[in-house]
Every structure is written in structure tokens, then in C-alpha cells.
Write a new protein. Structure first.
Length: 398
């Protein structure tokens, strides 16, 4: 079979398979991410049926998936919302870093992987999956709950923090040293500050350059600008993902809303390819040796992320049931963890990092939605009721 024909057959077969997996995941009310990762493992090196011609397509598709995920995140947040979230949840953000990044860094150091791998694994365990959490909140009809703004504030802080974290990690994994990493961080801070200033002061002018009501023109313009800025950002070691995120922040109003509607199908397509590619690049045989540390790390960071959400909700004055819902909702890790692991694995700093990240993401993405649904169980509600009764009794006792 000719190369072009083989490429079409392989990619077509994978996409059809992913569509069935997506329907299966939706049927059971869970995220499709673990299914996509498992599909990549099945068709990658050492899998059941390794792909031969589609590697280049999936490599570029995964890079485009990262860019689309980040520009869509930027489109969801206005500069005003970002600044408001920073003010309201800065303490929760600091607690989030301490409780969830430190275990990842400690795990890498205990395993003897070195400081660069520690920085990468800290990011993998730190950042929650915005995509999985948004789906869980929609499925459980909790978007209007009182604790939901607290959940979103923590996610906003984590997403914005990636604009500063990714340039530093990029500099470290390519071995350019602390000075270059510091310079990349400084550039990222300046660029973010400029983008936020322009979006706050001149957001209407920037959005006015786009034809909001012309679908074809808007799609081409936003996608073209995103890829252009991402490429320039990558060239100056700021990270393509950060460049895409800042493009999304710079757009607002009707332009941002319409762009979200147009880009959503593309994001879903290439995000699926991103997860498949990560599975393709991981040998299944490399997972069992790191399964135990991945499971231990998952248990620890699920607990610490739950504590993070519980404490943030308590600070916001939310009741006991809402505190537990907040904590459990934040436990899944996903797209950002895969992006970070892919960045680190591509540099070859530690061959066991990618399989550990794969196992870790699989465990948290499966456990997260189960824990989120657990708060609606009758036994859990009874337990919450007993705790509230004990608190009231203790407060009434002289």
C-alpha cells in the first residue's frame, strides 16, 4: 500500500475508533481521556498493532492540540475575571502549589531523577484538568452551585500560572541553564502584563479587528493569529502554549464567544490526538515498573487536592457539603499534565517520567469523577449530616 493511502487508512481507523470510545465514555458518564491514552498505548511502540505511517500526523496534531486547548482556555477568561480570581483566591493558589506540587517534586527526587525532572513532575501533580472538571460539573448539573466559582477561581490561577511555569520548564529541559530560564520567565511576565493591559484598556479595539459575524473569516483569522503567535513564542523560548493562551485572553466579547463556538470541534479533535500521541510515544511495558509510585503519588495528591478545595471553600464561607464537592471536583489531572510530561519526555531527561505520568493521569481521571459523584450518595449525605449535628451540638455545649 502506498504511503499516502496507508496514512489515510491508519488515521481514519484511529479516528473512527476514538469516536466509539468517546461514545462509550459518554454512556458511562466518565471522561474519554483514559480511553484515548489506552488507545495510544495499544497502537504505539510495543502495542498490539503499531502504526507505521501516521506518526508525523499525530506528532503535528498533538502540537496543534496543545495550542487549541490553550487558546480556548484563554477565550473562556476575560482579563477582569483573571485579575478578580487572583485577588479572591490568592491564598488558595499558594496552598494549591504547596500541597500539590511539592509531592511531585519530592517523588522525583526520591526516585533519583534529578532536579529538572522534579520541576516537571511537580507541574504534573499540581495542575487540575479544566476539561475534565468542566465536564463533571456539567454532567452533575453543578454549574450553578455556590461552590462552583471557588472551583473556577482555582482553575484560573493554575492556568495563568502555566504562562510562567512553562517557559521556565522549557528552558530547563533543553539545558539552557538558570539564567536563560530566568530570562524566559521575565519575558513571560512582561508579555502577560502587556497583553492584560491591552485587553483591559483596548479590548474592544483588538476585538474590533475581527469579523465577529463572519464565521469563515473569524475562524481563519483567530486560528492563523494563534499559530503565528505560538510559533513566535516557541522561537523565543516562551512556549507555544503560553502564546496561544495570551491570544485567547486578548479577545473578548462577541468575538471571543463566536470563536469558541467555531474552534470547539477542532479543539476536541486535536485534543484527542494529543492524548493518543502521548500514549503512542509510551511503551506499555514501561508502565508496570512505575505503577506503584504512580499509585502512591495519585493517592497522596488526590488527598492534598481535596484538602486544597475544602480549605478554599471554607474560606469562602461555603457549607460542609460544598467544601467536599469542591475538593473532590478538583482531583482529576489531564491535559496540562500530559503537555508537561510530553515536553519533559521529548528532551529525554528521564525515560520513566512519561510512563509514570500516563499511569498517574489514568488513575486520577478515573478516580476524580467517581469521587465527585460520591458526594450525592445517600450514605455520604448521612455522614455529612451527622458531622454537622456534632458540630452544632459542640457549639451549643457551654
Amino acid at each position: 500500500m502506498h504511503d499516502a493511502a496507508l496514512l489515510l487508512v491508519e488515521v481514519g481507523a484511529v479516528l473512527l475508533g476514538l469516536s466509539l470510545l468517546s461514545r462509550l465514555a459518554d454512556r458511562f458518564g466518565v471522561s474519554a481521556i483514559p480511553f484515548y491514552l489506552l488507545a495510544g498505548l495499544a497502537f504505539g511502540v510495543g502495542g498490539f498493532v503499531p502504526l507505521e505511517a501516521g506518526n508525523e500526523f499525530f506528532t503535528f496534531g498533538s502540537e496543534l492540540g496543545v495550542i487549541l486547548l490553550l487558546v480556548m482556555l484563554g477565550l473562556e477568561y476575560s482579563p477582569t475575571e483573571l485579575i478578580s480570581s487572583l485577588k479572591q483566591s490568592r491564598r488558595a493558589g499558594i496552598l494549591d502549589v504547596l500541597l500539590n506540587a511539592v509531592p511531585g517534586a519530592a517523588c522525583a527526587l526520591i526516585l533519583g531523577w534529578g532536579p529538572v525532572a522534579a520541576v516537571a513532575l511537580a507541574g504534573i501533580t499540581w495542575v487540575s484538568s479544566s476539561g475534565v472538571i468542566a465536564k463533571v460539573l456539567r454532567d452533575l448539573r453543578r454549574l450553578g452551585n455556590r461552590e462552583t466559582p471557588t472551583i473556577l477561581s482555582i482553575l484560573v490561577i493554575e492556568d495563568l500560572a502555566m504562562a510562567f511555569y512553562l517557559p521556565v520548564l522549557s528552558a530547563l529541559v533543553i539545558g539552557t541553564g538558570v539564567l536563560v530560564g530566568g530570562a524566559a520567565l521575565l519575558v513571560a511576565v512582561l508579555v502577560v502584563a502587556v497583553i492584560l493591559y491591552l485587553a483591559l484598556r483596548h479590548g474592544r479595539v483588538i476585538s474590533g479587528l475581527f469579523a465577529a459575524n463572519h464565521s469563515e473569516s473569524l475562524l481563519l483569522c483567530v486560528l492563523g493569529l494563534t499559530m503565528l503567535v505560538a510559533g513566535i513564542a516557541q522561537e523565543v523560548n516562551v512556549s507555544a502554549a503560553v502564546g496561544a493562551f495570551l491570544v485567547g485572553i486578548a479577545l473578548s466579547g462577541r468575538v471571543a464567544h463566536n470563536a469558541q463556538q467555531l474552534l470547539a470541534p477542532l479543539r476536541d479533535l486535536f485534543a484527542a490526538i494529543l492524548f493518543v500521541f502521548f500514549g503512542l510515544s509510551t511503551e506499555p511495558a514501561s508502565i508496570p515498573p512505575v505503577l506503584l509510585p504512580a499509585a502512591i503519588l495519585a493517592v497522596i495528591t488526590i488527598a492534598t487536592k481535596t484538602l486544597t478545595g475544602y480549605a478554599a471553600a471554607a474560606t469562602a464561607g461555603i457549607g460542609l457539603p460544598g467544601r467536599w464537592r469542591t475538593g473532590f471536583a478538583l482531583t482529576p489531572r489531564g491535559e496540562f499534565s500530559i503537555v508537561i510530561a510530553g515536553l519533559a519526555a521529548g528532551s529525554g531527561i528521564e525515560p520513566r517520567l512519561a510512563p509514570l505520568a500516563t499511569a498517574y493521569v489514568l488513575l486520577t481521571v478515573i478516580a476524580g469523577p467517581i469521587l465527585a459523584r460520591m458526594t450525592d450518595a445517600a450514605w455520604f449525605r448521612r455522614w455529612i449530616g451527622l458531622r454537622q449535628q456534632r458540630v452544632r451540638t459542640a457549639s451549643d455545649t457551654p
